[in-house]
Design a protein around this ligand. Structure first.
Ligand SMILES: *Cc1c(COP(=O)(O)O)cnc(C)c1O
Length: 415
């Protein structure tokens, strides 16, 4: 249908004239229904605050699932992006660009892993990590061709591609999307004996989240990550840590594995790496692992583009002096104390590390969705995960006063 004949024809500036209700209706009519967003239509944002099309303000306590660790439109990141937009945005990897080497050097300093494979989305980083681990298993470990296995944890979330949902344990993510890629073994999370039993000479890698985000911010027992490191080392398998949501300052350290001083062989980054501006992800590995990839064996048109690399470097720059990690740790204590005070007052239990919490609410108060809608009415944006669990993950730029205000709003809607 041409615009001329369509009654809702899009004209420049038109969206500023349509109200929330009209825009929601238009979205439902035109978009795939693979999401069920809260009924708020955001038009602008700065720092931890967003504003909807009617001018109502909300405190963003989700931060784009940690893609906005530095808040909306952090001035350093926006300035970097503007400068890069004025100079060079895309070359493809057919040619080199003057931003990529610096980005990889920055990531190597940040993670201690010297080689970078740049991609765009988190799921792509996970897919790339899987391919890297399999290639390494055949070329270096000597696993017979097509026999490599990868051990993953139940209740994982690693993205939405067909290979990745194939080893999800969430029926909603899987059902209707088979047949799936073979070669994965699923074991319970935080269960070292089960992991031990699943790892053998065919194991290319153990792929886990150091803290399971989508599952409800599930923090494994102390010693679990160290145990994963021991088992993988003993069997000559790679430890692949998916830090796409847990990494880049969220938990009070640059990477969540630092809480146990564990060094994985492969680290996957995404979300906050793009500064809330562009999708940027990366696979980090030691040189001898990364060297199993040769020209033509893997790639991405947009991976490592100069705009992404410039923004990614600026993100690493923000983490360089430890300021945001310290903020996450210090304000994490405020969050923890605030949630502790609500246990028995509508909160059944919660898990918190840094500025990241999964809060299990008394189901009698309604679903996580219903509580999220009530918080929306109080000017606080959160997201439910499963059932009666909500997740809190504000930008690391939030102030103590703002955090306490959000906690008071939570207390009010569940009280
Ligand atoms: C979000 C997420 C992904 C997938 O990232 P996308 O950019 O949405 O593809 C993978 N792993 C973890 C742990 C995540 O939180």
């Amino acid at each position: 249908m041409s615009n001329a004949t369509h009654p809702a024809a899009h004209a420049p500036g038109r969206d500023t004239l349509r109200g929330s209700a009209e825009l929601i209706e238009a979205e439902e009519a035109t978009l795939a229904h693979n999401y069920h967003p809260l009924p708020v239509v955001v038009a602008r944002a700065e720092g931890v605050w967003v504003e909807d099309v009617e001018g109502r303000r909300y405190l963003d306590m989700l931060a784009g699932y940690s893609a906005l660790n530095f808040g909306h439109r952090h001035p350093v990141l926006i300035e970097t992006a503007h400068r890069q937009l004025d100079r060079l945005t895309l070359t493809s990897r057919a040619f080199r660009n003057d931003r990529l080497a610096g980005f990889a050097e920055d990531l190597a300093r940040l993670t201690g892993l010297e080689a970078t494979l740049p991609m765009n989305t988190g799921a792509e980083a996970v897919e790339s990590g899987i391919k890297l681990a399999r290639k390494w298993a055949y070329d270096v470990k000597g696993v017979p061709r097509d026999q490599a296995t990868i051990v993953v944890a139940a209740d994982n979330f690693h993205g939405r591609t067909t290979t990745i949902v194939g080893f999800s344990s969430d029926p909603l993510a899987r059902e209707g999307f088979g047949p799936f890629t073979p070669g994965f073994r699923v074991v319970p999370y935080n269960d070292l004996p089960a992991l031990e039993a699943a790892v053998d000479e065919t194991t290319a890698a153990v792929l886990i989240e150091p803290i399971q985000g989508e599952a409800g911010v599930i923090i494994p027992d102390d010693g679990y990550l160290t145990g994963v490191r021991d088992v993988t080392r003993r069997w000559g398998a790679l430890f692949v840590a998916d830090e796409i949501q847990s990494g880049l300052g969220r938990t009070g350290t640059t990477l969540a594995v630092e809480h146990e001083s564990v060094r994985p062989d492969v680290v996957l980054l995404g979300k906050a790496l793009g500064g809330g501006i562009v999708p940027v992800s990366a696979v980090l590995a030691g040189r001898e692992v990364m060297n199993v990839l040769h020209p033509g064996e893997h790639g991405s048109t947009f991976g490592g583009n100069p705009l992404a690399a410039a923004v990614g470097s600026a993100v690493v720059g923000l983490l360089a002096d430890g300021h945001y990690q310290r903020r996450a740790a210090e304000l994490g204590e405020v969050l923890d104390a605030g949630l502790a005070a609500l246990v028995g007052q509508g909160v059944l239990r919660y898990r918190c590390r840094g500025l990241w919490a999964g809060v299990d609410l008394d189901p009698a108060l309604g679903t996580g969705r219903e509580v999220s809608e009530r918080l929306l009415g109080e000017g606080v944006l959160v997201k439910d995960t499963h059932g009666s669990t909500i997740r809190l993950a504000p930008p690391l730029t939030i102030t103590r006063e703002e955090l306490e205000w959000a906690l008071a709003a939570l207390a009010k809607v569940i009280g």
